[in-house]
Design a protein around this ligand. Structure first.
Ligand code: FAD
Length: 426
């Protein structure tokens, strides 16, 4: 039997959790280190969000879960999704009349799915918890890594030593998978070992979360009646320089997001009383769905967060480290592909590792060929192939995401756009 490898995953977000599942399915010893507390603990607030947000799940992400080797994962995740067959554009005609215009995503009726990010993440953690070769380390923050010696250091959050300093542990690993998000510590430490090209860009747009509540007086036996607007669309109020969107949740509410330049946020922070009139002017109909005082409260209470776009290359160092998901290619959310592309990273990475026969006990080869040294050089070749295959695609999705902001906030309203769409579909 080939010796088991120790795969350390940093970050238990959706991408890290799926990567851990793929590694565990292949029989390796998997340790997951996560900065925050267990997401399944109700007192844990999801990073950057006031509560769990809804995301658009599409074929990239679905396919990655389909190949996880856990059929129940996809069944469970899909059961809690809502199909969105297109955009619903909200606007006002020159005569003041408010209108809605549906624009289907696909001539054949295929849809993308609204999914609760936290729900998906929790399902992955539940499955991992039941696997004997997986160990969780919550409240562990990666603080250092030596990818030549395959050693890493983690600070245990909330635990201080007798000197008053945070307690630190040292671990070793065969492969570290960095899925620790846009501000990845794995990527930061990897840069000291490899000549990594790195580009980051903050766009001049902030985002803030709002909520359209469900109708409480809807009849029990009519679940669709709980939704105040169509549940099967991604709603967009394009405002040219900014936009407001709403994505359905299966409890009948909608998670909404305001995207606007920082200068607009500053103006509204100084004059919060103007928030309802700002919405009436730019996003007609929203104040009928969210009470003006709720708009002001949400704007005041919820964080105003930046949007970052990151490209880097290579994604790996030698045979010992690789970054996936936002850690490798954080992107602005306008193409709805950040998490989907991160989940796809996992499928592609493990496909390449499998091809090189590297992960897990698939060891019909003779014992010698799987010695530690050989395995390490095979893994190095596999990780190099992963970077070569994945970087151009990830960079392209990143660019498309930036371009799609212009389309969503402005072009969807233009006659040219409608003409182009019409010609594409006819
Ligand atoms: P994360 O979700 O950021 O998880 C990283 C994890 O690593 C976290 O749990 C963090 O606590 C942990 N961590 C961080 N540092 C350390 C450390 N030093 N040590 C240990 N652990 C650490 N994507 C879509 O596909 N569709 C959408 O519709 C969509 N909409 C979006 C809307 C908004 C407003 C935003 C902001 C993003 C959206 N995204 C969307 C993008 C999506 O949220 C991300 O791409 C996805 O969450 C990335 O997952 P991840 O697991 O790579 O990283």
């Amino acid at each position: 039997m080939a010796e088991k490898q120790k795969v350390v995953v940093v970050g238990a977000g959706p991408v890290g959790s799926l990567a851990a599942l793929y590694a565990a399915q292949r029989g390796d010893d998997v340790e997951i280190y996560e900065l925050r507390d267990d997401l399944r603990d109700p007192s844990t607030t999801p990073l950057n969000f006031t509560r769990s947000i809804n995301l658009a799940l599409s074929e990239r992400g679905i396919n990655a879960m389909r190949h996880s080797g856990q059929p129940k994962l996809l069944d469970h995740v899909m059961a809690a999704t809502i199909p969105m067959r297109g955009r619903m554009i909200h606007g006002k005609r020159p005569n003041g009349q408010i209108f809605e215009q549906a624009q289907d995503y696909d001539a054949h009726g295929r849809a993308i799915l609204a999914v609760d990010r936290g729900g998906l993440n929790k399902r992955l953690l539940d499955i991992l918890e039941g696997m004997p070769n997986v160990t969780f380390y919550f409240n562990h923050k990666l603080t250092g890594a030596d990818f030549r010696k395959c050693k890493a250091w983690f600070e245990i959050q909330g635990k201080e030593s007798s000197t008053g300093r945070a307690r630190e542990i040292e671990i070793d690993f065969d492969l570290m998978i960095g899925a620790d998000g846009a501000h990845s510590a794995v990527r930061y430490h990897m840069m000291k070992f490899t000549r990594m090209d790195y580009h980051q860009e903050y766009i001049d747009t902030l985002w803030c979360e709002f909520q359209i509540k469900r109708k409480e007086d809807a009849p029990e036996n009519e679940p669709m009646a709980r939704f105040r607007i169509s549940p099967n669309h991604l709603h967009i109020w394009p405002g040219k320089e900014f936009m407001f969107i709403a994505i359905p949740s299966d409890d009948g509410s909608f998670t909404c997001t305001l995207f606007a330049p920082s200068e607009v946020f500053e103006r509204l922070e100084i004059n919060p009383d103007q928030i309802p009139s700002f919405f009436d002017h730019h996003f007609p109909g929203v104040t009928a769905l969210i009470q003006p005082y709720e708009l002001i409260t949400s704007f005041h209470q919820n964080p105003h967060l930046p949007l970052i776009s990151i490209k880097c290359k290579p994604y790996h160092y030698g045979s010992s480290a690789v970054v996936l998901g936002d850690a490798a290619h954080a992107m602005v959310p306008f193409y709805g592909q950040g998490m989907n592309a991160g989940l796809e990273d996992v499928r592609i990475l493990f496909g390449i590792l499998d091809k090189h026969s590297l992960i897990g006990g698939r060891d019909d080869d003779d014992e010698e060929s799987r010695s530690a040294v050989v395995r390490s050089s095979q893994r190095e070749a596999a990780l190099a192939e992963y970077t070569a295959v994945r970087a151009p695609d990830a960079h392209a999705i990143n660019d498309l995401a930036l371009q799609n902001y212009v389309e969503m906030r402005s072009e969807v309203l233009s006659p040219m756009y409608r003409l182009r769409k019409f010609l594409e579909e006819s």
